[in-house]
Design a protein around this ligand. Structure first.
Ligand code: NOJ
Length: 744
């Protein structure tokens, strides 16, 4: 449709019809065939809203969505198509590793490809919009949703958010196999106080701007079609009702001109927050903040028309919001083809096709982080010696869903288990399998459910006995342990970030009969690893690896592929250190590295440092990285410094190292982090091969939010490191000289 036609359409719509475009109904209402054939009263929605709501969410599948669209459009007064939205977070039918794992690849190009594949699958399934990426910065492992983030660093998160938006959306939405992308949750949802989901966020505006907003902005500048508000309050104001955040920051400063949607029920929840007297006021405040679509709280449906008639809000504001929604439908080509890419036949060939599976397998290889691989008398446990007998033990060898709580489509039965993958690699008489224990302790509370088994105790005694027998038979034990996939994700905050007790008991018990233990961890957050550390010679962090989990993990265990991933969230020694991140500030009394530490910034009972830092991850080969060489140590504002290192693979096998550039602004008008990631690249090297890695340092990389409200760099002394983690690398200093600022 042309702009003129869209305007004509808008002008022809009644106030109610326009407002209904701003209403999103839950998909179940449409999914029940009874509803589509007209008996919708049972679902507590009236006919008008049912055939006029502008969008729905949570349903998928070409046949179903086409049927719904057809019947809906026949009754929609202007035959405006319904928009189908879905949480396609880390894959559709083909599930990739959860975003925390994807981030660990430090490979935005591959992450973009994952989004491209997910979009292809979702599009043939009839989906138009995905509620992804989640660009929330995370520093607190207690928050269950860290699993949906790419981690604690604003620079890396920005790269990943932009890559995902580009992957989902393609160049234009006219291309087949694309979907619109919705960045969420604006803003600072990841800073939930004490990691408790949905609660308030306490951050200064400086911290908000400096760390939390950047990744959303990168996604917006990559062209995302939609943004979702967050559930939390910031500075005492719920995001969904915050005009400063949504209009000043999002629209004016970041230049976002797409559709803004609330999170589920968040408009109505402003009453619970104590920010609105009632749902009517909530509708008014959300509208004033600039929210275009009310996701499932019905406040817009119930009150916006009255608010316009009473003169409280202007119809012009409604028109602007509706125009944004119509433009999105138009961009997606829905007026010409309301079914878009939905295609039952293509679903059969595209979903979970071999090509997608192969890519998912590669992503597992790139996201698995080798945390530990101790040298024992006979060498390291990993990669596994192909001549040894191996017992695969633990609840994650099969039967548990390793796709995370955020895969709403597909089936866990399509996932390659550890057992299945191991059988493909080893001779039958060389391997044994034993579950060892249940995944959870009895009566563990999960989000929306409670795990309970009457025979829990007896089952576990039997399972442990079988596992000890297998372990005693084996040369090496591979223990597959972790969180339940519903122990991380939305509404899955935890005060204890260990693997369940029953699994900790298992590892201690296995150690009694076999000390050669490789532990593979399945989880969606950094964990406290005391027990795992104490009993494991090697530790492999596999996250929630998705559909090709078994294959990808076996590729790493056997050495068919050398691990290369790096942590994007610090792993603490203890939950008491949370929240934590590598890019912290120095206090006035930094902890001494030598001598007494009294009256310095330290815990009396624990290190200040993480157990495993940001950027950390081992390989099966070794790399040497020379001191950085700078072509000059002084640069003007329009100038640049070339920093180079030589990276050499000094081990015996091919491998990939993630080379990371960190910078510190040594003294500034406000304190600056001890280090900040400013660049990275993956370098693949054959054994013995070496290569020069170059980073170009320019003035914009040194900018920050200054106390006077400006965003600029300040001349002075800087330090840089180029290494393979946030605690590695030789420091070099350089100076940004006073001079003319580059005009942007
Ligand atoms: C609530 C979640 O916070 C959000 O991330 C998700 O996209 C919506 N529900 C829709 O499912």
């Amino acid at each position: 449709m042309t702009e003129k036609e869209l305007n004509a359409l808008l002008n022809d719509m009644s106030l109610e019809e326009k407002i209904n475009q701003m209403v999103q109904l839950p998909g179940q209402i449409y999914a029940s065939s009874a509803a589509v054939t007209g008996n919708i009263e049972n679902n507590d929605v009236n006919h008008t809203i049912f055939y006029q709501a502008g969008s729905t969410l949570g349903i998928y599948g070409a046949e179903q969505l086409k049927k719904i669209q057809k019947e809906y459009m026949a009754k929609q007064p202007h035959h405006i198509p319904l928009l189908f939205m879905l949480d396609v977070i880390h894959g559709y039918e083909t599930a990739f590793p959860c975003p925390l794992g994807l981030g660990a690849s430090f490979d935005p190009e591959s992450v973009k490809m994952c989004a491209e594949i997910a979009a292809k699958e979702a599009a043939v399934g009839g989906v138009h919009v995905t509620f992804s990426p989640m660009a929330d910065l995370v520093r607190d492992a207690r928050w269950g949703r860290v699993m949906e983030s790419t981690g604690e660093d604003p620079y890396l998160n920005g790269k990943m958010a932009a890559a995902m938006v580009e992957g989902f959306q393609g160049n234009t939405r006219a291309e087949k196999g694309t979907v619109s992308s919705c960045i969420k949750h604006f803003a600072a949802y990841g800073a939930a106080t004490a990691g408790l989901d949905y609660t308030n966020v306490e951050l200064s505006e400086h911290t908000l701007r400096e760390y939390y907003l950047g990744a959303y902005e990168k996604g917006i500048h990559a062209g995302c079609d939609m943004v979702m508000t967050s559930f939390n309050t910031w500075n005492g104001i719920p995001s969904t009702g915050n005009p400063w955040l949504m209009k000043q920051i999002l629209r004016n400063e970041m230049g976002f001109d797409g559709v803004l949607i609330s999170d589920w029920g968040a408009v109505g929840e402003m009453v619970n927050h104590g920010f609105c007297e009632d749902r009517k006021e909530a509708a008014e405040k959300a509208l004033r903040a600039g929210v275009d679509i009310d996701m499932c709280s019905d406040c817009y449906a119930d009150y916006l028309a009255d608010l316009v008639r009473e003169g409280v809000v202007e119809e012009k504001v409604i028109d602007e919001a509706v125009m944004r929604i119509l433009k999105l439908k138009n961009k997606l080509g829905l007026f010409e083809n309301p079914y878009r890419d939905a295609d039952e036949e293509k679903e059969k060939t595209v979903l979970l096709c071999e090509e997608h599976r192969q890519f998912a397998r590669k992503m597992v290889q790139k996201s698995v982080v080798l945390l530990k691989n101790e040298r024992m008398e006979e060498g390291c446990l990993l990669p596994l010696d192909p001549t040894k007998k191996i017992a695969f033990i633990g609840p994650y060898i099969e039967g548990e869903d390793m796709r995370s709580s955020w895969v709403v489509t597909g089936s866990a039965s399509n996932t390659i288990s550890i057992r299945q993958a191991a059988k493909e690699v080893f001779f039958e008489n060389q391997i044994r399998f034993a579950k060892g224990c249940t995944l959870l302790n009895n009566d563990t509370v999960l989000n929306g459910a409670q795990y309970h088994s009457d025979s829990w105790m007896e089952d576990n005694m039997r399972l442990e006995k079988e596992a000890r027998q297998a372990a005693a038979w084996a040369d090496i034990v591979v223990l597959c342990l972790g969180e339940h996939n519903h122990q991380s994700g939305e509404a899955s905050s935890r005060t204890s970030i260990t693997i369940p007790d029953i699994q900790q008991k298992l590892i201690a018990s296995i150690y009694e009969v076999n000390q050669k233990i490789v532990t593979v961890l399945f989880n969606g957050r950094p964990l406290e690893l005391d027990t795992v550390e104490a009993y494991s010679g090697a530790i492999v962090e596999a996250w929630m690896p998705g559909t090709e989990g078994g294959h990808g993990i076996l590729d790493i265990l056997t050495g068919a592929c050398t691990p290369s991933a790096k942590l994007t969230m610090s792993f603490p020694y203890t939950v008491g250190q949370e929240p934590m991140s590598y890019n912290s500030y120095s206090s006035g009394r930094p902890k001494q590295t030598e001598g007494r530490a009294d009256f310095t910034t330290r815990y009396l009972d624990c290190s200040n440092d993480p157990r495993y830092p940001f950027g950390y991850g081992l390989s099966y080969t070794r790399f040497s990285i020379t001191e950085p060489e700078l072509n000059q140590t002084r640069m003007g504002f329009n100038d640049q410094i070339i920093a180079q290192v030589r990276v050499k693979n000094v081990g015996e096998r091919k491998g990939t190292e993630v080379i990371q550039l960190y910078i510190q602004d040594i003294a500034a008008s406000c304190v600056r982090p001890v280090r900040e990631l400013k660049g990275f690249c993956r370098v693949e090297l054959e054994a013995g091969e070496e290569r020069t890695v170059t980073f170009t340092i320019t003035e914009p990389m040194l900018r920050f939010h200054c106390p006077d409200g400006s965003y600029k760099s300040e001349s002075g002394r800087f330090r840089l490191w180029i290494g393979n983690s946030s605690v590695d690398g030789n420091a070099k200093e350089f100076w940004l000289e006073k001079g003319n600022r580059m005009t942007e």
